[in-house]
Design a binder for this molecule. Structure first.
Ligand SMILES: Nc1ncnc2c1ncn2[C@@H]1O[C@H](COP(=O)(O)OP(=O)(O)OP(=O)(O)O)[C@@H](O)[C@H]1O
Ligand SMILES: [Mg+2]
Length: 423
């Protein structure tokens, strides 16, 4: 391990801000000890909402692993950025495994999967079985080549007496490689003892289908770690790292508005810092509100953009977006509701609303409890509540506009919550 290890993937500026997640890292490190002693090491998947911090956990863990365990080699693959055409994917997969094995994260991966890269890495390892395995891949059909690629890390680990930990980010994308890759993946991992997998992904609904449903081939093959929002204490710590020390009233307000979601906490704290340092505005809870609303309701804001992206992604393959919009707008106003209640408010037929809600459960926007539907992400709810009414802000909204927004926010989020708590 040198100073440049992982700098290209996890720069010091990001690492400095990394907050908590201690229990999860402990669990991941414990698993590595189990793998090393060949006891009950398992495959693990981190599942959580967009931007909740899955990738940062992978990177932090990987850095700890490289520093502490020579015989456990991490291989990091972000499927979002890879070609998933079967042959291309297969050689890229093998290329990544060798790149990480030979560099342990010190060098940025470039040209991975290209003929030249593959053979230069193979030459560095200098093992004939590995060279034969890769040579044979050239003559296989699509299905067998994927199989051979997935087999490669175990062969490498056996030939070098190491353990390989494959970290796969945005795991749900793997189904793009081949329709049958999940059963194939299962059959491969059942034969492996020196290769383990740590996956992560944002498409909660799809991942739960892959890992939690009894009819899925990967059911019970991975332990699931749900990634949750921050606590009030975590929020205070992250705010301190971004902004500097603040009174508790400030970090509490940030916690309240962000619902503990680390990305939203970070964005609000950064904006607050700008307001204070560049515009010389006094640090008050009102300024926190201003930071939150300008980031959420200004189309240039970071929270606005992530919410718009989540919304758009949810409807990528769905037509009739306008009906969903009508239903979600109504649900955003009410906070929660049954099919009958939403049908009444939207003038839509109850049966139709039922069908649309069912499809909404296949996105990561809403969940159902009893007969009621709720938003998974309350900040997203807030974004819909205002932007679906046509409300957008510039970077410096007037005092009056801000007061009106806050009043509406109180009405929808705070009064409703306290009434529910009371009654
Ligand atoms: N533990 C943490 N400490 C400090 N900041 C965090 C932490 N977790 C998340 N963040 C903030 O949230 C942002 C998003 O984190 P990350 O990219 O890890 O999320 P993700 O769940 O992988 O997102 P995506 O769903 O887009 O893949 C980070 O860039 C950082 O600003
Ligand atoms: Mg991520």
């Amino acid at each position: 391990m040198t100073n440049s290890t992982l700098k290209w993937l996890y720069p010091a500026s990001k690492k400095k801000l990394f907050t908590n997640r201690k229990a999860i890292l402990k669990q991941l490190n414990y698993n590595i000890e189990q793998i090393q002693t060949r006891e009950t090491g398992e495959n693990i998947v981190l599942i959580g909402l967009r931007k909740i911090g899955k990738t940062l956990i992978l990177k932090e863990f990987m850095q700890q692993l490289i520093r502490s365990k020579e015989d456990c080699v991490p291989v990091y693959l972000d499927l979002e950025g890879l070609s998933l055409e079967p042959r291309n994917f297969s050689f890229t997969y093998v290329g990544y495994v060798m790149h990480w094995f030979n560099t342990r994260g010190t060098i940025m991966p470039m040209g991975i999967g290209e003929h030249k890269q593959i053979y230069s890495e193979l030459a560095k390892i200098g093992d004939h079985e590995l060279i034969d395995h890769v040579n044979e891949m050239n003559y296989l059909d699509d299905e067998r080549i994927i199989h051979a690629a997935l087999d490669f890390p175990e062969l490498l680990a056996n030939r070098t007496s190491t353990n390989i930990i494959i970290l796969i980010d945005e795991f749900q994308q793997i189904t793009e490689v081949s329709r049958d890759i999940i059963p194939l993946f299962r059959s491969v991992l059942q034969t492996q003892s020196r290769t383990h997998y740590l996956a992560a992904g944002s498409a909660v609904h799809i991942l739960e289908k892959i890992f939690k449903e009894p009819e899925s081939p990967l059911f019970l093959h991975f332990s699931i770690i749900p990634i949750k929002p921050f606590t009030r204490d975590d929020t205070r710590n992250l705010v301190k790292k971004v902004f500097g020390k603040t009174p508790d009233t400030i970090s509490s307000r940030i916690f309240h508005l962000s619902f503990g979601h680390p990305f939203y906490i970070y964005v609000i704290a950064e904006k607050l810092k700008r307001f204070c340092e560049i515009d010389n505005l006094p640090l008050t809870t009102k300024l926190v509100d201003k930071a939150f609303f300008t980031e959420t309701l200004n189309p240039d804001g970071k929270i606005y953009n992530i919410c718009a992206y989540i919304f758009k992604e949810s409807f990528r393959d769905i037509r009739k977006e306008s009906i969903y919009r009508t239903i979600l707008k109504c649900l955003a106003k009410a906070g929660h509701g049954t099919v009958t209640q939403i049908a009444r408010e939207t003038y839509l037929d109850t049966a139709i609303v039922g069908v649309y809600f069912n499809r909404l459960l296949h996105t990561d926007l809403v969940y159902k409890e009893g007969s009621e539907y709720f938003f998974k992400d309350s900040v997203l709810r807030c974004w819909m509540l205002y932007t679906f009414e046509g409300i957008v802000l510039d970077d410096y909204p007037s005092h009056k506009i801000l007061e009106e927004l806050i009043e509406q926010y109180r009405e929808k989020f705070e009064k409703a919550a306290s009434e529910e708590a009371d009654g």
